[in-house]
Design a protein around this ligand. Sequence first.
Ligand code: 5AD
Length: 370
Amino acid sequence: MAIVSDHPSSHRSSSDPARRPGEEEILDWLQEDRPERLELLWRQADRVRHQNVGDAVHLRGLIEISNHCTRRCAYCGVRAPNRRARRYRMTPQQILECVHLAVERGFGTVVLQSGEDPRHTGGWVADLVGRIKGETPLAVTLSLGERTAEDLVLWRQAGADRYLLRFETSNRELYDRVHPPAKGTVSDRIALLRLLREIGYEVGSGIMIGLWGQSWQDLATDIALFAKLDLDMIGLGPYIPHPDTPMAQHPDRYRLPPERQVPADELTTHKALALARILCPEVNIPATTAMTTINPEQGLELALSRGANVFMPNLTPDDHRARYTIYPSKTSLVHRDEESYHHLQHRLQALGREVGAGRGDSVRYSRRHP
Ligand code: 5AD
């Protein structure tokens, strides 16, 4: 089964595993460098996006509610041992103020994201979710890291709709090396993703592209895993080294020889994006902050033309946003002010795309829950 078909109108069924392209074909496309071939890949991804999820770009108001984190991920700037990170935690009042801004702007969803913050107890988050669901019509997406089954169930009962947890890499050995588990636990994000599905969440996952130690084969396996997990949402972006992390400080310990190491560049990110769209036609895929950070001028347009159908304007108040430095020079195209939102609307219109109405649930999820 070819990833790029010669027959533009042929329709692929993602639910038929026998017709799913294998890792070898994914690998070939990842390493493809001929511009005319890549043009076919971009066109196929754009066509699959248009046919399956349409032309609407769903907006999610992103609120980075805390940068406290107990974990020690080798790549991440807010890892616990980083003394230089200036920590903050938003109050429920501050968060609700941002939530109401999302309603005012007409967004259908808010995403609450944070490090693994021990002060965010099960009850604290459940209260917050309950208040948001009580006061607004918004869908609530949580992105709060690896949490206990008990917490995840509690939050779903409080009304949370979706959960984002990237598995970061399918290579278990690499995962363990860059991602030490919390004391006394085993970190198994794949198992957590299955649990999230059972609990009834709309489930999102994803990876970093070009994480040091990631081989081409690893990346092909990552992309095949998206389809196997039958995700509702897929988020990906280039790895961006943060100077206050072990990975950036000791490149030799992490990087593979150049011919094996996946580059953390825009082209490779777009190949992964396009392949994710073609393999998982009905999922929601955002143009992520990391994608627009490495290309502030055209990153949004390119991502939306190569498979993406979601964007997450950052509604975090400026002083907090500046401290949510999982990687450096993190730029947000759209902030809280009305002007930057209008600018976004113009950019979408210029692309021939419209702002999505309603919650923007994933077509994949809706099909599973008719
Ligand atoms: N560069 C790019 N992405 C990063 N993330 C964390 N640190 C970095 C970095 N240095 C991503 C991870 C995480 C998500 C919230 O941000 O994939 O899941």
